[in-house]
Write a protein that binds this ligand. Structure first.
Ligand code: NAD
Length: 261
């Protein structure tokens, strides 16, 4: 299975959770992976090392996706090391987990939390697109997937700025898709439902948030939480030529929550 042999892929938020899973999967499929994360440098290094230990190619680049200069430098580093950019999974994000970001209704959401959530989730994806797309155009195109959320399709109580920030991810995905379709760039979003095995969900479960579910189990039509692999399977497919006629789409991977929940 080497569908991505020779392709260069950026994965943001690659230290843990969905991003780490995607980076490992791209690496196993033969991609040269640029693992990106902000503060968790040990986690980012560990993901890149795990790819190399498995016989793949990867580097780690520290980059806060909300900072324009750092995003610009991260894409430049990708081009200087690997010479091209074929795919990107813009996945770094923060959400209410009761630890790093509080659960709060809109009227109780502080301006600081609103701005921080928007800066990482919405501005972060915008900045990645702003610098990745010109890099991809140098070699004739590419494919991008941005991580939105079921929370960007259906607003949930107590999620404060998170839902609006993820709705913005879907909007900027579609903006980029319509602007660059004729230049060989496809841009899609993946919308996970509650997905286990991530720091976000571990914190959320520990603080009694949405991930804890209730006595009836998770409020998901399929009756089970998502797993990291459920999301990464969709991401690798959307980035591949098998999804070559799909762009501007927000794909729910949520056990039916957005559509029939
Ligand atoms: P996670 O907390 O394990 O991973 C988030 C990653 O983003 C980490 O590697 C972290 O270091 C990185 N990150 C955070 N801020 C950053 C910044 N400013 N710059 C660079 N990197 C930064 O959680 P996860 O669930 O794997 O989250 C991945 C994405 O999935 C997020 O966008 C999240 O909103 C989204 N999501 C998760 C779920 C879920 O249930 N787990 C559901 C819907 C959407």
């Amino acid at each position: 299975m080497e569908d991505y042999k020779g392709k260069v892929v950026i994965v943001t938020g690659g230290a843990t959770g969905i991003g780490r899973g995607a980076a490992l999967a791209f690496g196993a499929e033969g991609a040269k992976v640029v693992v990106v994360t902000g503060r968790n440098t040990a986690g980012g290094e560990a993901t890149a090392q795990a790819i190399r230990d498995a016989g793949g190619e990867a580097i780690f680049v520290q980059c806060d996706v909300s900072d324009e200069e750092q995003v610009k430098a991260m894409v430049e580093k990708t081009l200087s090391v690997y010479g091209r950019l074929d795919c990107a999974f813009n996945n770094a994000g923060i959400g209410p987990d009761g630890v790093r970001v509080p659960f709060s209704a809109l009227t109780e959401t502080s301006v600081e939390v609103w701005d921080r959530t928007m800066a990482v989730n919405a501005r972060g994806v915008f900045l990645c697109l702003k610098y990745e797309i010109p890099a991809m155009l140098k070699t004739g195109g590419g494919a991008i997937v941005n991580t939105a959320s079921v929370g960007g399709l259906r607003m949930a109580p107590s999620f404060g700025a998170y839902g609006p920030s993820k709705a913005a991810v879907i909007a900027v995905t579609q903006t980029a898709a319509v602007e660059y379709a004729r230049q060989g760039i496809r841009v899609n979003a993946v919308c996970p439902g509650p997905t286990q095995g991530t720091e976000l969900m571990k914190n959320s479960a520990a603080t009694g948030g949405a991930a804890a579910g209730d006595d009836d189990g998770p409020p998901i039509p399929l009756g089970k939480f998502g797993q990291v692999e459920d999301i990464t399977n969709a991401v690798l497919w959307l980035c591949s030529d098998k999804a070559g006629h799909i762009t501007g789409h927000a794909l729910s991977v949520d056990g039916g929550m957005a559509d029939i929940g």
